[in-house]
Design a protein around this ligand. Structure first.
Ligand SMILES: [Zn+2]
Length: 560
């Protein structure tokens, strides 16, 4: 009884010191409590940055935090979770990822880590052995950064090993693919085929398609696909979620979701196969708009209230829409994937339906057009509409993001991957407004952090490291990479916790460890707030907790 009394006292103290009323702890009916203690617990709350224990109720919410506390808990009275010296944080949310793609990457041929065109060709050759002629080979995840050949792969490269099987290989960013001649032929693409709106069939000096298909031109290959069925989609989502909780993510802002995925996710959640908290932004089709407006297929862990639009493509494949031409390709300024009129119309309809809007904008012109159209629409900051990527901004546009109340949803890993080619694509001057997360924060914008997996690995540690170090994974910084944009550890933590929560209207429930909020925690074996930056990448996930439930535990996980 002494121990319970001291627990109640500790909770009351904690409630007072966090500005919460103590009644909750005193009048709550008796419920079984779980206490997380025995490590360093960062709350994300600047008024009380660390606590000794977090007490969680059966409803998955935090009853209270307890500093200072060194009680000898009686396990008959509570469930004790001993952190064994590890470091606990508010749950890390990936504010921009594609869960289906993350799962598919695990299940399909992944070309991640391919180090040259020669290796790409060799891997494709090996993959084709034993495959029937004519069957499509699909792979994803290559990126030409650092390849010794210094160029994009081509149809001719793939034809050498695959004259008969169509081959489609998506670049890691999903904004370009290389295909072989058999795929071009099967899709009916000839030298005469015109570029679709928002897409480019790359051609050589003689006008022949090279095999590189940029942005909307990828759709010309769609007749070669068979759409995965519901069971395959369920497996991909479940697989993606499993990988994600093992990495320490407690939630995902899931982007460009097909409306048909919503019932699948709900079913998985009902079966206990969807451990992640999901905030879904649907494709801006009629069906997607209707689903988000009605908030169909929601669950306590699933929010369906947003749509995703695209302004432009990506920087690597030169689809990002720039104000001035690419520095390394003066004949192009990138691609627009939506007209001003259509964007204004989508915004108006979404506003009327109360839908939250997330818009992909990478190039400085794409961002500027978005800011202009949004501003002209007179939308208030309470909408919390989001710019996904917010990657390259004209310096005069940076302060507009915060001033208009738009949320910058950014991916630190893009900056440390792109640092190898962005200077040549953009030239040194435009780098001043590229990946400028610190200036955005200083100018009053909320910056939420994500990975864009499967474009990137999808690791909270890589993202955290990239935000504070702004160097690649080997410690390379590069010339003109604006080290003044590095974030403090506290700012970096906020990107994936409190800012991500705000960007989803979930700050009352998530983002910090405080009484009353949901018990979503990420536990690593390293102190992210103090270790030298290179050591951040060595951390291991110890435990992932969603709604008070341990959804990943390294001590019992197999094969992790
Ligand atoms: Zn994305």
């Amino acid at each position: 009884m002494l121990r319970i009394a001291s627990l109640a006292l500790a909770l009351t103290l904690a409630a007072c010191s966090t500005g919460q009323t103590p009644e909750a702890a005193e009048t709550e009916p008796a419920q079984r409590l779980t206490v997380f203690t025995g490590g360093t617990i960062y709350t994300g709350n600047p008024d009380l940055p660390t606590v000794d224990a977090v007490v969680v109720g059966e409803d998955g919410r935090i009853v209270g935090t307890a500093p200072p506390l060194s009680e000898d808990w009686d396990e008959a009275e509570i469930d004790l979770v001993d952190l064994k010296g590890a470091f606990m944080y508010p749950g890390f949310t990936d504010a921009h990822a594609h869960l289906m793609g993350i799962g598919q990457r695990e299940l399909n041929l992944t070309l991640e880590g391919t180090a040259s065109i020669a290796e790409l060709v060799t891997r494709i050759g090996a993959e084709l052995e034993g495959m029937e002629p004519g069957v499509l080979l699909y792979g994803r995840g290559w990126i030409e950064t650092g390849w010794p050949e210094g160029r994009m792969p081509s149809a001719a490269d793939l034809d050498a090993v695959s004259p008969d099987n169509p081959v489609i290989l998506s670049r890691a960013d999903g904004h370009a693919m290389v295909v072989n001649t058999a795929a071009l032929t099967a899709a009916g693409i000839t030298d005469e085929t015109e570029n679709p709106d928002g897409g480019a069939i790359e051609r050589d000096a003689d006008g022949h398609a090279t095999g590189m298909m940029i942005d909307n031109a990828q759709r010309l290959l769609s007749s070669l696909w068979t759409e995965p069925d519901a069971a395959a989609k369920a497996l991909a989502l479940e697989t993606g979620a499993k990988v994600y909780v093992s990495r320490g993510w407690t939630g995902v802002h899931n982007m460009s979701v097909g409306p048909d995925e919503a019932p699948i996710m709900l079913e998985l959640a009902g079966e206990g196969k969807m451990p992640l908290r999901l905030w879904n932004a649907f494709d801006a089709t009629e069906e997607g708009m209707a689903l988000a407006a009605a908030q169909d297929y929601e669950a306590p862990t699933i929010t369906n209230h947003a749509i995703k639009l695209y302004m432009d493509g990506a920087l690597g494949s030169r689809g990002a829409q720039l104000i001035k031409p690419y520095s390394d390709r003066p004949d192009t300024s990138g691609l627009s994937l939506i007209t001003d009129e259509d964007l204004a119309d989508f915004m108006k309809r979404a506003d009327e339906a109360g839908i939250q809007v997330a818009v992909h904008a990478i190039g400085d012109l794409a961002n500027q057009r978005l800011l202009d159209i949004y501003e002209a629409g007179g939308y208030p900051p309470e909408k919390r509409w989001r710019i996904e990527h917010t990657q390259i901004l004209a310096p005069t546009d940076i302060a507009r993001v915060g001033a208009l109340g738009l949320i910058a949803s950014m991916q630190p890993s893009h900056a440390i991957g792109d640092l190898h080619f962005a200077p040549s694509r953009l030239g040194m001057d435009r780098l001043a407004g590229a990946y400028a997360w610190k200036t955005l924060i200083d100018d009053g914008a909320v910056v939420a952090g994500g990975s864009d997996a499967p474009v990137e690995v999808g690791s909270p540690l890589i993202e955290f490291y990239a935000a504070v170090a702004r160097k690649d994974l080997k410690g390379f910084e590069g010339e003109g990479w604006h080290p003044e944009q590095k974030l403090t550890r506290e700012q970096a933590l906020a990107l994936f916790t409190s800012a991500a929560a705000y960007a989803a209207f979930q700050e009352d429930d998530l983002g910090t460890i405080e009484a009353g909020k949901l018990a979503d925690f990420t536990v690593f074996d390293i102190d992210l707030m103090t270790v030298p930056e290179a050591e951040i990448l060595d951390a291991k996930t110890v435990m992932t907790v969603v709604g008070g439930k341990i959804v990943y535990d390294s001590s019992t996980a197999e094969g992790q």
